[in-house]
Design a protein around this ligand. Structure first.
Ligand code: KPL
Length: 315
């Protein structure tokens, strides 16, 4: 199976490292910046829950700043977009060049709307929805710390491929230890993941704490209130979600499973990068305005993150 991981930051590199262990995978890992350059030069090192080194002859590492060889165009069976939320459009255009006509693509980026962007560029018949709760961060360029096991959920998007087309990739992910499932209601699973991110990311980022600290009663109740505000808006949009008690249990479970992780928004702020607030809490506030439901907790968190990182307004 020819698999391309595009936008390989912490999470994409983690998945690439795990996929590279399978003898039937031919892997392309496309990164950028210092991390991408280090992978091209020396390969990739994974530490934490698993320890491994992926040398440049086990996978093809490429750098966005340099581009991709035309010999790869039209060859990929599966493309996984794992970049930051604001990179989906650019990565989907690269996917358009790389994807085999019968290939499939999925974005695992945080936030609403990624599958729809991919579908508009690649055609809905080649796109699944995707989410993940795996946790990873980068101690230094070329090195990824595997901080917490989670799951990957691929799902059906209207007009998109069905389970039988996802099955070979789901089997591959599970065989390399990436727990992966299928849902018929892709958009609902994307909303479910967004609810976790709006609850965890800005609060952990503003408090400067690892995810596990949000299990303390005061921070947990702020996170839960933020999550339930988003859930009310999603339900108003007729998204099928579990009841509030189940949402609370899922929040607690993800906080426990990723307790030692610095969430991606905290990592972005510490690295001076644009955050994903625009695709998370801000997107939820906007959806709320459309259906006439205010989201004051989400609104306040946006204002605070945007004040901390003025560039975060560019989304
Ligand atoms: O998705 C994540 C993120 O950091 O963006 C979680 C699952 C919250 C892990 O930290």
């Amino acid at each position: 199976m020819r698999i391309a991981v595009l936008g390989a930051g912490s999470l994409g590199s983690l998945f690439a490292g795990l996929l590279a262990q399978h003898p039937d995978v031919k892997l392309l890992v496309h990164g950028k910046g210092d991390h991408g350059a280090m992978m091209v030069a020396n390969g990739l090192e994974i530490q934490g829950e698993a320890n491994m080194v992926i040398s440049p002859d086990q996978a093809m590492f490429t750098l966005d700043e340099v581009g991709l060889p035309a010999s790869l165009f039209g060859t990929m069976d599966v493309i996984v977009l794992t970049g930051k939320a604001n990179s989906t459009d650019q990565l989907a255009r690269i996917a358009h060049d790389l994807l085999h006509p019968q290939g499939v693509a999925v974005s695992l980026s945080n936030g609403l709307g990624h599958a729809e962007i991919c579908a508009s560029i690649l055609g809905p018949h080649r796109v699944f929805t995707g989410t993940t709760t795996y946790a990873a961060w980068r101690p230094s360029p070329g090195v990824v710390h595997y901080a917490g096991r989670g799951n990957v959920v691929l799902g059906h998007l209207q007009g998109g491929p069905m389970l039988n087309q996802a099955q070979p990739f789901l089997d591959m992910l599970n065989s390399v230890g990436i727990e992966s499932n299928w849902t018929e209601n892709g958009p609902a699973s994307v909303w479910m993941k967004v609810l976790l991110n709006i609850a965890i990311n800005p609060i952990a980022a503003l408090s400067g704490v690892e995810n596990g600290s949000l299990l303390s009663p005061a921070l947990f109740s702020a996170a839960l209130e933020t999550m339930l505000e988003g859930a009310r808006i999603a339900r108003q949009e007729r998204v099928e979600l579990p009841d509030d008690l189940e949402l609370e249990q899922r929040l607690q479970h993800v906080l426990e499973a990723t307790a030692r992780n610095q969430c991606s928004m905290l990592q972005d702020i510490r690295a001076g990068r644009v955050t994903e607030i625009g695709y998370l809490n801000h997107a939820v506030v906007e959806r709320g305005e459309r259906v006439g439901l205010p989201a004051p907790m989400n609104h306040m968190l946006c204002a605070m993150i945007e004040a901390l990182t003025p560039q975060a307004n560019q989304h």
